[in-house]
Design a protein around this ligand. Sequence first.
Ligand code: IVH
Length: 680
Amino acid sequence: MSKVTTLLVEEAEKLHRLIDYHNHRYFVLDDPEISDAEYDRLFDQLIQLEKDHPELRTSDSPTQRIGGAVLKSFKSVPHRLPMLSLNKANEENEFLDFHRRILELSEVAEDHIEYTIEPKYDGLAVELIYEKGILTTGLTRGDGTMGEEVTSNLKTIGAIPLRLQSEDNTPSLLEVRGEVLLSKNDFEKLNESRLDKGEEAFANPRNAAAGAVRQLNSAVTASRPLDFVAYGIGIVEGSKIDSQNLLWRYLYRWGFKTPEPAYLCADRNAVIEKYHRILANRESHSFEIDGTVVKLDNFALRKKVGELSRSPRWAVAWKFPPSQEQTAVEDIIVSVGRTGALTPIAILKPVRVGGVTVGRATLHNEDELKRKDVRIGDTVIIQRAGDVIPEVVKVIIGRRTGDEREFLMPEKCPICGAGTERLEVQAATRCTNVACPAKQKEYISHFISRAAMDIDGLGYKIAEQMLDRGIIKDAADLYFLTKENLLDMERMGDKLAQNIIEAIDKSRHPSLKSLIFALGIPNVGGHLAAVLAKQYGSIDEISTKSIEDFMSVNEIGPIVAKAISDYFQEKKNKEFLIRLKAGGVSFPFEKKRLSELPLSGKTFVLTGTLSLFSREEAKEKLELLGAKVSSSVSNKTDFVIAGENPGSKLAKARQSGVSIRDESWLKELFENNGYLPKKY
Ligand code: IVH
């Protein structure tokens, strides 16, 4: 082991400070003083020094930003103070209501009330805990009470100081709260490069940020261009901060980015004015923002007005109205979803709405199309609210020239040419062909998604390519793929192919609820999938049930009951399930809640040799039905199952008058409850 001299410690510390300084100039101030190459040189020097003398590697060393720690799962950690959410105001009136409540509760004169206003960021809220100025823990907001520990991931974010920069007023304990974000620019670049690599694009910066922070491998987090803005605090010890505007200044000195623009407002009129200013400039900000947050500036007053269980009374999120824009409908097309539903879509002359370019907007379904009477050639108002798919609000009838063309839902599926049908009770028009390729594409993207089979590394684009080239014909084929099959594809490297194969392999043991959800039964979303899993405990069990059975389940109505029953009747689907199994996908059996099970409260004892089942199997099945299986006969025993050559247990059972049954009784019991012997 090397001997670390004071000199070495000083050298490391000097490098450490220098790198921190340049890191801050680059990531927080966006104003670097040295070239990337020079920065890398300093960094390499520190890496080398720490390699030679590992004792110099402190938890706040800049080298800890590289990432690489791989976790099995995240630790759940309580927040010392709950991380609350915000009440919303959508209009000026609602902001004024908020103001009036503050006046009542604070009991101070109106001219003593000052507010701050800052952008409301749309990212992932986190809490950073600094002990004696050093970042020791980073947590996600989680449910507000408990968060997930993601320290090593957050350390990879350049805009998060690993130690507080200024030593002036350093608290002994500081909890900084803020938002992990991606700038609009970085988000677009990230998506382009993902599409290039055949990976799926993220829907919005928030999803990209949240996905990156909740990575078990911190090297993945490090590879995403994440940013951080600090806007609040939890517990602070050893430092006095008594207002939001003072907090901004401290946070800035400690090395954080703070909200921009941010204003201290002397009264409610100033708030209204600044709200409109931020709204007018929303497109010019580097981060996507969906509103403002208005907060009482003075912390003592905050305390006085207090908080409700979920949200404080001293702050409000004053949202922006959905962005609307006017444009022309150049065409109307239909897209076919995984359930075969035909969705009419307006193809628009591209316009920028709320910071993104929009070229299409959904018209939902035939009824909506008729209600809004949208025609090809119309001038329309479209709107985008947050990350919701843009939609057509209304037609500007006054702009009609008479050349507009009406659109009728097609009688043939635009993808496969099969007939379409619309059931009376439903809004959707559907393609009737079970094997419609459009359904397959949409279906695969559903099948591989997180909440379904969770085949992480396989992006939608790759799956789509595989279908196009006939490498797979449907989702079950994924489980028969070899690396060689994949390597036949363009832009497929050895490493990516290996990752895909591993990801597919990992998905072979889904939970029952995920498996049911993955089947894509029309109208069976994540929630109903969980209901079915809990009610029936296995796919085998569900597949034997009738429409009436399903309808007796709370939450399931006639349409869904028919959809589930239809799904399991359909020959193609039966084959699909068989192929999934053959491809190595396990179909789990899950215990139902004990009190609901047919053998709940009954205790069994097995004795002698069974011929149809192994002991293990019989025990497992009895337990699945809610029974307890015990190894010896007592006054709690309800049944003894006697096989060939039973031992003393049988004699004991006879003495104490316990019911004795044989294996065929057991087999019948299992069959009646939907469990067949494995040998069957
Ligand atoms: S202050 C008591 N300031 O909005 C909560 N929150 O809806 C105080 N958010 O979970 C939060 N920008 O993630 C605050 N400038 C800002 C914010 C902000 C975004 C988020 C935050 C919170 C959510 C509440």
